[in-house]
Design a binder for this molecule. Structure first.
Ligand SMILES: Cc1cc2nc3c(=O)[nH]c(=O)nc-3n(C[C@H](O)[C@H](O)[C@H](O)COP(=O)(O)OP(=O)(O)OC[C@H]3O[C@@H](n4cnc5c(N)ncnc54)[C@H](O)[C@@H]3O)c2cc1C
Length: 267
């Protein structure tokens, strides 16, 4: 079941994750598969897609970075306030029981990967979750990930203030070249990072899933705002999570995307 008309939901809790990101926990009974997204609507302001950071049929969490006008407005919400939610939308991450999975997350992309790991380990999977950020104070979810069973947390920061001094993709490369065998790689975060992950997956012939983010509006393939070149597929229905073979056909992957008016913007 999915709601295509936004319904108002009460904000139960707000958790500060790092200097720019907060998690908003709503009273919400949506049944969500990890990797799917919802649209959050603030009346008279705007509506935007957000990956679901966690949902259990009673609560639904969104981890939102304060990067612009809409996200700044969401950051003003207090416990007891209401926001419209509709969805869930799109294709989730998929796994098979007992797989060894590498997950590579950057920014708020770490949140849906945590949600995915939470469920995958219940199917006997083992997870290496590699979280990257520019600096230590921009890392998120370390505590939550550390508490997951059968999950190894790896950190990487561009300035070396925590974990590996460099990119999370380098950590993945070290793990693979060190002999670690993965059945699947999953990635969510900045596209340039995901393009590097995709290259590694190709090189080492490891199946991979990528969470492709485009400017989505309707969420169900009607408005055409999130189509990609040259396939013309709407990312909101084809994705956001797509297999490696799919991004290999998307000429713009890792190169450019389109803004709200359809204008090309390089990453
Ligand atoms: C499927 C999907 C899932 C998403 N999940 C999340 C999520 O879980 N958490 C989340 O915070 N956002 C998520 N987003 C992005 C979100 O929809 C908005 O684009 C984001 O909140 C910025 O909106 P804004 O109006 O605040 O900023 P805008 O005014 O749109 O942008 C302000 C500035 O921030 C930059 N910017 C825009 N979006 C991002 C971004 N996502 N990260 C970094 N810089 C950005 C723009 O280039 C611009 O310079 C998701 C997007 C998609 C398509």
């Amino acid at each position: 079941m999915r709601d295509d008309i936004p319904k108002m939901h009460r904000l139960k809790r707000v958790v500060e994750e790092n200097s720019i990101t907060k998690t908003f926990v709503f009273d919400c009974d949506f049944q969500v598969q990890p990797g799917q997204f919802i649209n959050i609507w603030l009346p008279r302001i705007d509506e935007k897609p957000m990956s679901v950071a966690f949902a259990d049929g009673k609560e639904l969490s969104l981890s939102i970075a304060n990067v612009g006008s809409f996200s700044a407005a969401v950051h003003q919400l207090k416990e007891g306030d209401q926001a419209g939610l509709r969805g869930p939308y799109g294709q989730p991450f998929r796994w098979e029981a007992k797989q060894k999975i590498a997950m590579v997350g950057g920014g708020f992309g770490t949140a849906p990967l945590y949600f995915t790991a939470f469920h995958a380990i219940q199917d006997g999977c083992e997870v290496d979750l590699i979280v990257g950020a520019r600096r230590k104070d921009l890392l998120m979810y370390e505590d939550r990930i550390s508490k997951l069973k059968h999950t190894s947390l790896h950190l990487a920061t561009d300035d070396g203030s925590a974990g590996h001094n460099g990119y999370n993709v380098q950590v993945l490369q070290q793990l693979i070249e060190g002999g670690k065998k993965f059945d699947m790689i999953m990635t969510c975060g900045p596209e340039v990072m995901m393009a590097a992950v995709a290259k590694l997956a190709e090189k080492y012939k490891i199946p991979a899933q990528i969470s492709l983010e485009r400017y989505m509006k309707c969420g169900f393939g009607l408005c055409g705002n999130c189509v990609v070149d040259p396939t013309g597929d709407t990312t909101c229905t084809k994705g956001p999570v797509v297999p490696l073979e799919y991004v290999q056909q998307v000429a713009e992957f890792g190169k450019y995307h389109r803004d709200s008016m359809g204008k090309k913007k390089e990453w």
